[in-house]
Design a protein around this ligand. Structure first.
Ligand SMILES: NC(=O)c1ccc[n+]([C@@H]2O[C@H](COP(=O)([O-])OP(=O)(O)OC[C@H]3O[C@@H](n4cnc5c(N)ncnc54)[C@H](OP(=O)(O)O)[C@@H]3O)[C@@H](O)[C@H]2O)c1
Length: 292
């Protein structure tokens, strides 16, 4: 990664709201730049820099957590009513801060189904699933808030500890084949590093409010599974046709197979000049294999 620049340092205080898989990777990395980092979860953690925020039961952070905050990253999905948990519970507090930047992790689900076609930030979102409609509404709410927000649309997130390897090990995945079906994905390290790159170069880069972070090579789930089985040295089970297994899948699993799109990273990687660490699933999964 690029040597830390003075733009990110001990003058910055980050709140990471929803410190799950992506949030904790980001928090761990940004601390190395000397930034002060406080992270939220819904239950009490031992870490003294962790605090409780749970929109479901109205547990909001103590006012002193917000003192001197310069940057916020929200990694929290819409709640069960489709509302944004952060804006529903904390918007007034955020409006009273002198924030330099707010990041919101969204999903490429807002683009809907393009039958395998490429989608970019200039395409009109066309959410197909109810949860993606909710997500688009949350994006709109963030934009309307007038906060200095940047929205990152993400495809399937994977990384050490959460990848096809764990799914194979826990027998949580079936080898399914669906003709011409592709998925886009991104390694968790590229989410973090792309955001840090944009923050470090904020003064010289044009500000885009919506940015996709995805790798270069959308591909079928079958290819990914074959690669994982080869790496672990096991024989991949014979693929089952999607049409033969569809009814046995959970509604959420079914819904993933109903959408087929390729997510373009041209804005991030060409226009804005970010260099991916993990350009495709092969190098990304090798990293997971070696780090779990
Ligand atoms: N996973 C994917 O493949 C994927 C793909 C595209 C987009 N996304 C989106 O990108 C974001 C980050 O994804 P991720 O997989 O890193 O998330 P994650 O690991 O599931 O973490 C979500 C975080 O949100 C917190 N949270 C959930 N509901 C909350 C509420 N009502 N009030 C307060 N906190 C709440 C969770 O708290 P606890 O720590 O207490 O659980 C957790 O820290 C999410 O919005 C996700 O929907 C995910």
């Amino acid at each position: 990664m690029k040597k830390p620049a003075s733009l990110l340092g001990n003058k910055n205080k980050f709140l990471i709201l929803g410190c799950g898989f992506s949030g904790s990777f980001f928090a761990k990395t940004i601390k190395k730049y000397g930034c002060t980092v406080f992270t939220s979860s819904r239950s009490i953690k031992r870490d003294p820099n962790s605090f409780v925020f749970n929109s479901e039961n109205g547990e909001v952070p103590d006012a002193k957590i917000f003192d001197g905050v310069t940057h916020i990253l929200s990694c929290i999905p819409p709640d069960k009513n489709g509302n944004d948990p952060v804006l529903e519970s904390l918007e007034n507090k955020l409006q009273n801060l002198s924030l330099e930047w707010v990041g919101y992790l969204s999903t490429t689900g807002v683009y809907g189904n393009t039958e395998g076609g490429w989608v970019s930030e200039i395409d009109q979102p066309n959410p197909f699933q109810k949860r993606s409609q909710n997500r688009l509404n949350c994006e709109k709410r963030w934009i309307e808030s007038g906060l200095p927000v940047q929205i990152f649309r993400l495809p399937g997130i994977y990384g050490p500890g959460r990848s096809t390897f764990e799914a194979i090990k826990n027998k949580k995945i079936r080898v399914i084949s669906k003709k011409n079906q592709v998925f886009s994905r991104v390694h968790v390290a590229d989410i973090t590093n792309a955001i840090i790159y944009l923050l470090q170069n904020k003064s010289s880069l044009k500000f885009y409010q919506i940015i996709n972070i995805a790798d270069d090579e959308p591909c079928s789930q079958l290819e990914v599974m074959q690669y994982c089985y080869n790496l672990i040295g096991s024989k991949m089970p014979k693929p089952i046709l999607f049409k033969d297994v569809k009814e046995e899948l959970s509604p959420i699993a079914q819904s993933f197979w109903m959408e087929n799109r390729r997510v373009s990273n041209k804005l991030l990687c060409e226009t804005l000049g970010y260099k991916l660490i993990f350009k495709n699933y092969k190098i990304g999964l090798k990293n997971c294999y070696l780090n779990t």
